[in-house]
Structures are given as structure tokens and as C-alpha cells.
Write a protein of this length. Structure first.
Length: 145
């Protein structure tokens, strides 16, 4: 997962099942695409996006960092307004905690460090067994005088 931020634009790239979410005006959306068999089933219309994370093939990766070429990362551009947030996280969070709960934590926790700790706590409370990395970035716009 990579986020390159310049001024009010973020370029997000991902492989595998690490994710990037964007919070803007309390609206929480995923901006990354999983490289899993389950996501391919969603894209083909065979299962719903609500069934993706609980699907038996949700952990079966189709691309990942370090695999033999050719890999093609997914790219997304995100326009950032002041106080927007980006969450970059691994599947240790998303396999244990629902998107609704992740969105609530990101919306309702003012302190960024506390939000990251809340993600870890929620994963542990849900019985999460995988390693977890979460990084929250809040955009701010410096005005030159």
C-alpha cells in the first residue's frame, strides 16, 4: 500500500489485500481494490460486496508484493479537502473488523494515535489473529502569507 500526497491530491497504489479508505465530510469509502479471488467474484457479479470479507476465498491473493512479475498495482486518485482522512491498513484489521465499525472509529475519534489504537483494540476484541498495521493521515492545507 502506498499513498503519495502532494498538496490536495493523494495517489494511492495497492497490491494484495491491504486497503485504503477515505473519510470526507463523514462519508467513508474504500479507494483500493483487493487482489483476492473473492474480490474477483464480486467484480464478476457472482457474490455481493457484503459477502466478500466472509467468503472462504477472501484470503486467497491473486497479486501481492514480491510475487514474480508481472504485477500491476491498482491506482486511485483521491482529492483531499482540509480535515479529510486516509486510512492505510492491512488485512489484520479488515478481516476482523467490519467496514461500518472501521468507519465509525475513523469518524468519531479525534486523535489520530487514539484512532489507530482503537483499530488494534477492536481487532483484538473481535478475535483477530493476524498482524495489523494502521496508519491514519489527516489532510491539512497550509496557507502561505
Amino acid at each position: 500500500m502506498l499513498a503519495l500526497i502532494r498538496e490536495d491530491t493523494a495517489l494511492v497504489a495497492n497490491l494484495g489485500d491491504s486497503r485504503c479508505y477515505h473519510l470526507h465530510d463523514r462519508r467513508f469509502v474504500s479507494v483500493s481494490t483487493d487482489d483476492t479471488v473473492a474480490q474477483h467474484l464480486v467484480s464478476a457479479g457472482e457474490i455481493s460486496s457484503l459477502d466478500r470479507d466472509g467468503h472462504p476465498m477472501s484470503g486467497r491473493l491473486t497479486q501481492y508484493v514480491g510475487m514474480a512479475p508481472p504485477t500491476r498495482p491498482h491506482l486511485a486518485t483521491v482529492e483531499l479537502a482540509p480535515h479529510d482522512r486516509l486510512l492505510l491498513c492491512t488485512d489484520g484489521l479488515t478481516h476482523a473488523v467490519s467496514d461500518d465499525q472501521i468507519g465509525s472509529i475513523l469518524r468519531d475519534t479525534a486523535d489520530l494515535d487514539a484512532a489507530c489504537q482503537s483499530f488494534v483494540d477492536a481487532s483484538h476484541a473481535a478475535g483477530g489473529q493476524d498482524n495489523l498495521t494502521a496508519l491514519v493521515i489527516e489532510s491539512c492545507r497550509q496557507v502561505s502569507v
